[in-house]
Design a protein around this ligand. Sequence first.
Ligand code: IPM
Ligand code: MG
Length: 386
Amino acid sequence: MEQKTEAAAKHFAALVEKQLARVERMKRDREFTDFSALPQVVIGICGGDGIGPVITREARRVLEYLLADEVKAGKVVFRMIDGLTIENRAAQGKSIPDDVMEQLKSCHVILKGPTTTPQAGGPLPNLESANVTMRRELDLFANVRPVKVPELGIDWAFFRENTEGSYTLGSQGLNIDEDLAFDFTVTTAGGTDRIARLAYDYAARNGKKRVSIVTKANIIKTTDGNFLRRCHEIGRQYPDITTDDWYIDIMTANLINEEIRSGFQVFILPNLYGDIITDEAAQIQGGVGTAGSANIGQHYAMFEAIHGSAPRLIEQGLGDYADPSSILRATVLLLSHIGRQAQAEKLERALDICSRAGRGKKATGSADGATCREFGDFVMETVAQL
Ligand code: IPM
Ligand code: MG
């Protein structure tokens, strides 16, 4: 028994050391790159796995069209990044191979198709999710996910903390023996303050009057407790905004409570709750295929669909029917993040129009809908007319 506790203490000490070093790094670097003020923005594009290359191709096409003048003027550069496939990652035994990471770091913003994450016990090497690695290595601390359903009065913005919580050490849990296992959840003061500030700044800039903090601080008292307390402290610096807080269980119910849900505006959540509830919210909007996701850091940003690589669609031979709406919504967020607001709004309006079109014109993931390419054509035609 003593041996087991000693080994566990050693494992834990190493984790604490690494997290303390991360806290110090965060304290040293509080600067934000102003992406809209860069003389030249480098946009990396990686297709990923499964339906990733199919849907990313359409996003790339519309992005290149909307930024054509800027590319000519040398203000925007596109860089294709190929090596983020599961085949290459499995062959190299790394969730993001070093040369791919270097290429990613040579960009300012990245548009990324979904990547396949091997499951423990499956045939592939048990690699960490490429998403999780990228978010951590590029320090993409905020996952911003807008969800809008105008006819229901829903206009939500989720600010999910993206580098801490249950995810930071998600691959570094500990099996003490056959009977006993631990995972770890991490919250830092700096990590909490920066997501809270981003959410409140967004609320203040966009005329939002209400911010809702969502945790399970009644049970997860230390990490969620700190998260909740510090978000409230930041909230007090914004006297024009009302702050309330909720537990994650009742918030999942609130989102389908038609009497109150349209009253919510901005949410701040720790990583795992944010992951779960944004799928629920996206479903209310029409499905996870309809929502985009921005991963924002101080010096990098990555934009992606909120869904996975859909291996089942590929297995069924339906990859070409994948719906690119989610990554196209992410493209709107990318354009806005690099200060190309006019182009962002144009694409958003085009997507609003195209998403209201008849079933036959939309890609639905099934063979009776449009193909991904046909829907992409429809979006291109619509953008060109606006
Ligand atoms: C998401 C996804 C990811 C997550 C997976 C692919 C690692 O579900 O972006 O919401 O859990 O964060
Ligand atoms: Mg998710």
